[in-house]
Design a protein around this ligand. Structure first.
Ligand code: ADP
Ligand code: MG
Length: 243
């Protein structure tokens, strides 16, 4: 069953000297996959950050999540409600093992989990993503390849079980086979959990195993087209000039 999960209306974001996003309206239902495309610098990452509650002071407009106004809520509160944002460039945190990050995040959001249950869940997730069972003991993102960092973002998502995951260029740094595999893992996970995805991408391979419900194109901070799979095909053939 689908229910309205996220409703963004008239969202604008400005920086000191310019308007980065202007009047964005979009809706995502539970279990849907929405793709956000657009040229470099169009404002895609800014959109995801604004929905997550980062840079709130520079935003105007309204964001509803499960029909509640979350426009003024902190990032942390939004995360607890079930929003997740993967970063385009994950940060390295020396001294902090991945296991601990995940355990702390998990405990903060839900009922505490027994250590053995946590370990079991973690090992299932790492296996699903073709990551070594030992990555949990390594420092967060330190020394990981670009592709591994992206997989770790997805591991965190699967551990936290958000209702909406915004994945910002999650496929950059993945080779062709790894991108296909990740696309399949995302789809499998969605079937199990009814998670909604907002996927920001240039490389459409990450979409190939997903059932894309809607495509939004952002150009120069504005929504320039909305469509379905046909729009993806058009962009793949001719780029952004006609959309
Ligand atoms: P995209 O993800 O679509 O490539 P971004 O959302 O990262 O684009 O950026 C959109 C535009 O806003 C770019 O021109 C970028 O340089 C600018 N921008 C982003 N953040 C800031 C900021 N904090 N201050 C000024 N300009 C910014
Ligand atoms: Mg970006």
């Amino acid at each position: 069953m689908t229910t309205k999960l996220l409703e963004v209306s008239k969202l604008s974001v400005k920086a000191a000297d310019k308007q980065i996003l202007q009047g964005i309206d979009l809706t995502i239902q539970s279990g849907e996959t929405v793709a956000i495309l657009g040229p470099n610098g169009a404002g895609k990452s800014t959109l995801a950050r604004a929905i997550m509650g980062l840079d709130a002071l520079r935003c105007s407009g309204k964001v509803l999540f499960e029909a509640k106004d979350i426009t003024k809520l902190s990032v942390d509160t939004r995360a607890r409600k079930g929003l997740f944002l993967s970063y385009q460039s994950p940060v390295e945190i020396p001294g902090l093992p991945l296991n601990e990050v995940l355990r702390a995040a998990n405990d903060a959001r839900k009922k505490k989990m027994r250590l053995t249950d946590f370990q079991l869940k973690m090992s299932e997730i790492l296996e699903e993503l073709n990551l070594s069972p030992f990555v949990g003991t390594r420092e967060l993102n330190v020394g990981f390849s670009g592709g591994e960092k992206k997989k770790l973002e997805i591991a965190q998502m699967m551990m936290l079980e958000p209702k909406l995951a915004m994945l910002d260029e999650i496929d950059s740094g993945l080779d062709i086979d790894a991108a296909t595999k990740m696309s399949q893992s995302l789809r499998n996970y969605q079937k199990r959990t009814n998670i909604a995805y907002m996927i920001i991408t240039h490389n459409m391979r990450i979409l190939q195993k997903l059932k894309v419900d809607r495509v939004y194109v952002i150009k120069s901070g504005k929504l320039s087209s909305t469509g379905t799979k046909k729009l993806l095909d058009e962009i793949q053939q001719n780029g952004f000039k006609n959309v």
